[in-house]
Write a protein that binds this ligand. Structure first.
Ligand SMILES: *Cc1c(COP(=O)(O)O)cnc(C)c1O
Length: 388
């Protein structure tokens, strides 16, 4: 055995023994409320396709038409010659939608977060992060070289104390808008007020709010100005059903990122056809179709929560499409996910290190594409398999 494999194999075995081993599914159908896996149709409650747009024909058509016009590859990074009129239009439409002076496309949300945090703070500065922030935000903060501090989840008093004690010239406060594994929202107006008081910069990652929450689906920062949330980041691969991510903010912020965000500069631009699919998604999401889908999603969330309450299930406090069911033990969470799968439901078990030790959970996600009957069937299965 090669030394590499001999070193890694026991670590994999250890992970397996701890019930923390990850295995991928291979879908045999498009993304949607019903998916085919291993030749079996399953009702899907684990995607982030909250509006049910990932397989919408309008997006597919926009992508196909754009591929015919632009080809498949963008050919280069944005700064060389990979930036097209399709990218430019998407950036302008995003900025217009969100009431921001400008927006900047990144190839993925992970890269947007790494690039933005590393561009904004470095050695001598300070970054403050919610303990439950997404891995890409935590990694960006750790890699930035700034003094890295985590505060207890949504604990604005703890953050205030840390900000008051910091004399760093640049202070960056970073939070998920909707927490990806919990479904609850950050107290954004209070965070914005604290940041103003301490001359700190607020960065919000709205990967799970954009398209779903707020007027026209503007997300959880709807109603907060560029002054209050100077760095707004969100992704296009979740509710928008496309791919990629962006940062929105002032003209100066965007120009600074173009000069300094390394994961922006040194990567190939998204294919223009992907930008075109994102544009079609944006237009649907902000219009009456998006409004109708958000309405359906809200009804399904209310139905699921009411049903789960009746069953006495340990749902975590969330009003969003992310409805985690706390299990605790990793093996028990895996077993529950497996028995749900046997019953015809796809629900992911989320285990450490994605969530804190001892808080393994089922991450149930709802989509506007689900029917009320599918939600009722999931409740029926949970009644049988997840009785508290
Ligand atoms: C999914 C996600 C990301 C990463 O976005 P990608 O475009 O998938 O790389 C970043 N932040 C949060 C909160 C996310 O949920």
């Amino acid at each position: 055995m090669h030394h590499l494999d001999a070193t890694l194999a026991p670590l994999l075995a250890e992970r397996e023994a701890q019930n923390l081993y990850r295995r991928r599914l291979s879908l045999e159908s498009a993304q949607g409320p019903l998916v085919r896996v291993d030749g079996r149709e399953l009702i899907n409650f684990c995607a982030n396709d909250y509006l049910g747009l990932a397989a919408h024909p309008a997006l597919a058509q926009a992508m196909a038409e754009a591929a015919t016009r632009w080809g498949t590859g963008s050919g280069a990074s944005h700064l060389v010659c990979g930036h097209s009129a399709e990218h430019e239009a998407l950036e302008q439409e995003l900025a217009d939608w969100l009431g921001r002076p400008r927006a900047l496309l990144f190839s993925t949300g992970f890269m947007a977060n790494l690039g933005t945090i590393q561009a904004l703070v470095g050695s001598g500065d300070a970054v403050f992060e919610d303990r439950l922030n997404h891995a890409s935000l935590l990694d960006g903060g750790l890699a930035s070289g700034a003094r890295f501090g985590r505060y207890a989840h949504n604990d604005t008093a703890a953050l205030a104390a840390k900000l008051a004690a910091s004399e760093a010239p640049r202070k960056l406060v970073v939070t998920d808008g909707v927490f990806s594994m919990d479904g609850d929202c950050a107290p954004l107006p209070e965070l914005a007020r604290l940041c103003a008081e301490h001359q700190a910069w607020l960065m919000v990652d709205d990967a799970h709010g954009l398209g779903v929450l707020g007027e026209q689906g503007r997300g959880c920062t709807d109603g907060l100005s560029t002054e209050e949330v100077p760095v707004l980041m969100a992704t296009l691969g979740k509710a928008l059903g496309g791919f990629g991510a962006f940062v929105a903010g002032s003209e100066t912020l965007i120009e600074y990122l173009i000069q300094h965000a390394r994961p922006y500069i040194y990567t190939t631009a998204l294919p223009p056809a992907v930008a075109a699919a994102n544009r079609a998604a944006l237009s649907l999401a902000r219009g009456p179709e998006g409004e109708a889908r958000r309405g359906r999603l809200r009804e399904l969330i209310a139905r699921f929560k009411a049903g789960a309450a009746q069953l006495g299930l340990a749902l975590m406090p969330s009003d969003t499409a992310i409805q985690p069911l706390l299990v605790g033990d990793s093996a028990a969470a895996m077993a529950l996910s497996t028995s749900l799968r046997e019953a015809g439901f796809l629900v992911g078990a989320i285990r450490p290190p994605t969530v804190p030790a001892g808080t393994a959970r089922l991450r149930i996600t709802l989509s506007a594409g689900h029917t009320a009957e599918q939600v009722d069937r999931l409740l029926g299965a949970l009644a049988e398999l997840a009785k508290p």
